[in-house]
Design a protein around this ligand. Structure first.
Ligand code: 5AD
Ligand code: SF4
Length: 442
């Protein structure tokens, strides 16, 4: 009999992909994914440590699950992801009803852990294994698995950069790149299953280096796969933005015109204190080269406001940088100390100052996003149809610039790229109508 698995995913695309991997690993233990928490036999919280008060939020979510667990004795509860990695056995101490704690390096051991949990034991695995952790990953989810036309492919994990605010180097470990031949084989396998767009993932994806290959070479080789129509990658560090990767944006039509390149701050003093190892000017010069290579590139970034020592003048430098770049979209956060990171002991900026700065920055970023989106209205763009929308007959797709695009289409068209005329811009999406059917491409 199949058991039901409910996974609640927090955080980044890496975690969305990891949730798929966990579902894949537990398929072999007889689990099928459900969207309905109340019918679950196992609930996994796939946690992210990057957001503010991440561990507290996980503990309160576990508190909310307690009544469900009491009324359903067979229910198993697990914590995965970076909070699991960082908190370890502390989770069992604070929430004794938790059955399983698994760090990001140990997902391939989930079936054994699940078997122990079924016997009534607790299971924890937060080791960084010595051997190649990627060797254990199932390459795909089994023939029955329903595929979305888009897929993530982890090409690199971990980070050696040690930004002073960030837990990733501690929770995800050192940079490791996967062998290119395997990645190409996996991409071919995904395409055989109906995938047309692959997003190459890594905490520091543009630091990819394996068998003498760079990320640019990997992209160029992957682009030769027939049937693969779009390639994206995320997340990048400015210092690894090499000339060949920039050039690929101008030369490889399958590489989408979108770059997520976090800068964090526009002040050189703050960037130094953050140990980012680049200046605002260097960052801007990379974007300039990028725009020269691909003039329509959509830019995205990450920002932290209220980093220890950030003055009004430093924050103004961040606003000035944003004004200059005009991001198509961006993510911004109030600084929050992460235990064990170098910045954690430094004197914090008062909360109300952080809130004011975040509001001012977000106002500007939202304005620029709206401008970018409005500039698409009237254009005919190739839109990859991804999944049904909320309204009847509606399908949600993506523009080359990564905006969600809503339009009327047939469910059977999911997976096709159609030419769509953008008719209006909403808050976080575009509305479109299909241009004449004869314009449809594949
Ligand atoms: N406080 C606030 N934001 C953070 N980020 C990472 N660590 C912290 C922290 N301690 C943000 C950065 C990063 C994004 C994924 O999360 O902007 O690029
Ligand atoms: Fe964290 Fe910096 Fe590495 Fe990004 S580059 S994962 S922010 S340490």
């Amino acid at each position: 009999m199949t058991k039901k698995l409910f996974i609640k995913t927090y955080g980044c695309q890496m975690n969305v992909y990891d949730s798929e991997r966990m579902a894949g690993a537990l398929e072999t233990s007889g689990y099928e994914v459900t969207e309905d928490q109340s019918e679950a036999d196992m609930i996994l919280l796939n946690t992210c440590h990057i957001r503010e008060k991440a561990a507290d939020k996980v503990y309160s979510e576990l508190g909310r699950l307690k009544p469900l667990r009491t009324t359903k004795p067979g229910l198993k509860i697990g914590v995965a992801g970076c909070v699991a990695q960082a908190e370890g056995t502390e989770i069992f101490r604070r929430q004794p009803m938790v059955d399983l704690v698994v760090g990001p390096q140990a997902y391939h051991r989930l079936p054994e852990m699940e078997a122990r949990v079924q016997k009534g034991d607790r299971a924890i695995d937060t080791e960084f294994p010595e051997e190649d952790k990627f060797d254990h990953l199932p390459t795909a989810r089994g023939p029955k698995a329903r595929r979305s036309p888009t897929a993530f492919l982890t090409v690199q994990e971990g980070c050696d950069k040690f930004c002073a605010f960030c837990v990733v180097p501690y929770t995800r470990g050192a940079e490791v790149s996967r062998p290119p031949e395997r990645l190409l084989a996996e991409a071919r396998d995904l395409v055989d299953r109906g995938v047309v767009e692959v997003t190459l993932l890594g905490q520091n994806v543009n630091a990819y280096a394996a068998d003498g290959w760079t990320l640019a070479k990997l992209i160029r080789e992957m682009a030769k796969i027939d049937g693969l129509k779009r390639i994206r990658f995320t997340t990048s560090h400015p210092n690894d933005m090499s000339d060949d990767l920039i050039a690929a944006h101008g030369e490889e039509p399958k590489l989408m015109p979108y770059l997520h390149l976090p800068v964090q701050s526009g002040s050189d003093k703050v960037l130094k204190a953050m140990n980012r190892r680049h200046t605002a000017e260097k960052y801007l010069s990379i974007l300039e080269k990028m725009r020269a290579a691909r003039p329509d590139i959509a830019l995205s970034g990450d920002f932290i406001v209220g980093f220890p020592g950030e003055t009004d003048a430093d924050f103004d430098a961040t606003l000035a940088l944003c004004e200059e770049v005009r991001y198509a979209q961006a993510y911004s956060f109030k600084y929050s100390p992460r235990p064990g990171t170098p910045a954690a002991g430094r004197e914090d900026v008062p909360e109300h100052v952080k809130s004011e700065r975040l509001a001012a920055l977000q106002e500007m970023l939202t304005k620029h996003q709206a401008e970018f989106q409005r500039a698409q209205v009237g254009k005919i763009l190739p839109v990859l149809l991804e999944k049904p929308g909320r309204l009847p007959g509606q399908i949600v797709g993506r523009s080359p610039y990564l905006q969600a695009v809503h339009l009327q289409a047939e469910t059977s068209d999911i997976g096709r790229i159609v030419h769509a005329q953008i008719v209006s811009s909403e808050k976080n999406s575009l509305a479109a109508q299909q241009a004449a059917a004869t314009y449809s491409v594949v």
